[in-house]
Design a protein around this ligand. Structure first.
Ligand code: PGA
Length: 234
């Protein structure tokens, strides 16, 4: 676990980490979270030469259901803007669930198949949900191993990303917990004082489906980069 001075420092460290792994494995499958936390790291990556990313593949971690991928607020839109376009990732190297698909179960089955064909994930970049979710693996009685449809919690539905989207959202689709744990490397990014309660719970290392991020303690290659504000004071 690395404690960065602030968000700028965290973003630089995370970008360096991602860049290092892509150098080692240029065709790496990067499973990419969206949201406020990884944006700075993606921006740093986009500042360099795109040559390094000419073969890298990207898997979208999760998606809201009910917002078209072209619309602001969707994870597709976010990744297009922050990763795919700046790094010139061609559509054949981008693997995405369509959150607007008519048959969401079939869409998840298609994504599980895509992951079987393209996987394993080389690096899974994750943010920490206020309620401990990872992707849209929400707190509950059990974790679902592979791609699945999720009824989103109020906490997830309060995420700033979709406020003002005008969409009526109740569901999401997500990479499953086993898919995440099967990644070669996992990188959890946590920034800001509003995450210190969630960090406190994460740092207890008690693995429970009530706090999905706790499963990362079972990952063999986990790196956590958080900034000082996210570190619990007690
Ligand atoms: P954030 O979201 O990076 O915007 O804090 C993380 C999450 O809710 O998964």
């Amino acid at each position: 676990m690395i404690v960065a001075d602030d968000y700028t420092h965290l973003s630089q460290l995370a970008a360096d980490h991602i860049g290092r792994l892509v150098k080692e494995d240029p065709q790496m499958l990067l499973c990419a979270a969206t949201g406020g936390t990884p944006t700075g790291a993606y921006e740093r990556l986009a500042e360099g030469s795109t040559e390094l990313f000419a073969q890298m593949r990207i898997l979208k971690l999760d998606e809201w259901c009910g917002i078209p991928g072209t619309q602001d607020g969707s994870c597709d839109h976010y990744l297009s803007r922050h990763l795919l376009e700046p790094l010139k990732v061609t559509p054949d190297r981008y693997f995405r669930a369509d959150g607007d698909a008519k048959d969401l179960q079939a869409e998840c089955a298609r994504m599980s198949e895509a992951l079987r064909a393209e996987g394993p994930i080389g690096l899974c970049v994750l943010g920490l949900g206020m309620n401990g979710h990872l992707g849209f693996n929400e707190p509950g009685d059990r974790m679902v191993p592979h791609w699945h449809v999720v009824e989103l919690t109020d906490s997830s539905l309060a995420h700033p990303m979709i406020q003002g989207s005008g969409a009526s959202i109740t569901l999401g689709v997500t990479t499953g917990m086993q898919d995440i744990l099967d990644s070669r490397q996992a990188l959890l990014l946590v920034s800001g004082g509003h995450k210190s309660e969630a960090m406190k719970r994460f740092l207890t290392k008690r693995v429970t489906p009530q706090f999905p991020a706790s499963y990362l303690w079972e990952h063999p290659n986990l790196t956590v980069i958080c900034d000082r504000d996210a570190v619990p004071s007690d």
